[in-house]
Design a protein around this ligand. Structure first.
Ligand code: ATP
Ligand code: MG
Length: 287
């Protein structure tokens, strides 16, 4: 289901630290086309050996990404296996994860954030049409391939990364830690992910984007997080009421009430009209 890449065709660059179950590196992939050598910059995700028993789930994530193609979906070139090493070879995305980018304090405008939310909604719509559940949507898994500059009229460009290990494989604590991105019903049945679960995560991700990458519920311990869901709480609402309304529709504890992607897109598009007002009324310094 995915392309196998010869280990010898990969060159390892600097270590970029760790992902949730992975060690990550910059790297290079060599291909020969018509006798000519091509070198591509890549992002290498090596499954941590302590999680080696989860390799199937790791490869499933790679396989999912290789089967579908959308401009806002990260390109996965394939996987490479070498001894105990299981490596996912991905497109290298210049500006890295969106949460970190926003946390670094880049001042971006409301239209910039709205653009990102629309791009995420468009890939979500694409997945919904294909009946594919992602399962791990969050700002950390949105990669920024173009910064954009609104004064020049260019938009940002994001790519949704792979979901990684399936929730069904995760321990209870890891799932609890994913509150508030993970849909509440997943805590009861982690092996029954639905399209509606992604809608919830979308809501939490939009919240993050509009809160400048601040981690929702940061510093809360697992018990507090569990109680947050048990008492049906919501994240602090945005002052922009139409946006707050969209987020709360997505983060509805009743999965059946969450909006369709069509409706999400329609609502996001209707936010444009309020944009000018918001931008100039509350954020005069960001432009
Ligand atoms: P999870 O499965 O929970 O998403 P992970 O193994 O994918 O975990 P992340 O924490 O999502 O790891 O990613 C680690 C970091 O690697 C991110 O913060 C991001 O900065 C960077 N990163 C991930 N993918 C890419 C990519 N394709 N190009 C450039 N940087 C990336
Ligand atoms: Mg990730």
């Amino acid at each position: 289901q995915f392309h196998m890449i010869k280990y010898e065709d990969l060159k390892w660059g600097e270590s970029l630290g760790q992902g949730s179950f992975t060690r990550i590196f910059k790297g290079y992939k060599t291909d020969i086309h018509d006798g000519e050598k091509h070198v591509t910059e890549v992002f290498l995700k090596e499954l941590d050996v302590i999680h080696i028993n989860c390799w199937e789930s790791f490869f499933e994530s790679a396989s999912l990404m290789s089967q579908i193609s959308h401009k806002h979906l990260l390109l996965v070139y394939g996987v490479s296996v070498h001894g105990v090493k299981n490596i996912m070879v991905q497109e290298f995305v210049e500006y890295g994860a969106l949460d970190l980018y926003l946390k670094r304090g880049r001042s971006v405008s409301v239209s910039w954030k709205l653009d990102v939310a629309k791009q995420l909604a468009s890939v979500l719509n694409f997945l919904e049409e294909k009946n594919i559940v992602h399962g791990n949507i969050c700002a950390k898994n949105l990669l920024l391939s173009r910064e954009g500059d609104l004064s020049q009229g260019s938009s940002p460009f994001i790519k949704l990364s792979d979901p990684g290990m399936s929730v069904a494989m995760l321990g209870k604590d890891v799932i609890l830690d994913r509150i508030p991105w993970v849909a509440p019903e997943v805590l009861e049945s982690p092996d029954n992910l639905t399209l509606e679960c992604d809608k919830w995560s979308f809501g939490a991700t939009v919240w993050e984007i509009f809160n400048n990458g601040n981690t929702p519920l940061r510093g809360w311990d697992l018990d507090q997080k569990r109680q947050f869901y048990e008492s049906f709480q919501q994240l602090p609402p945005s002052q922009w009421t139409e946006l707050a309304d969209l987020i709360s529709q997505c983060m509805d504890y009743n999965a059946a009430f969450r909006p369709s992607c069509r409706s999400i897109i329609r609502q996001l598009n209707s936010l444009i009209t309020s944009d000018y007002v918001i931008l100039h009324a509350t954020e005069p310094v960001t432009q």
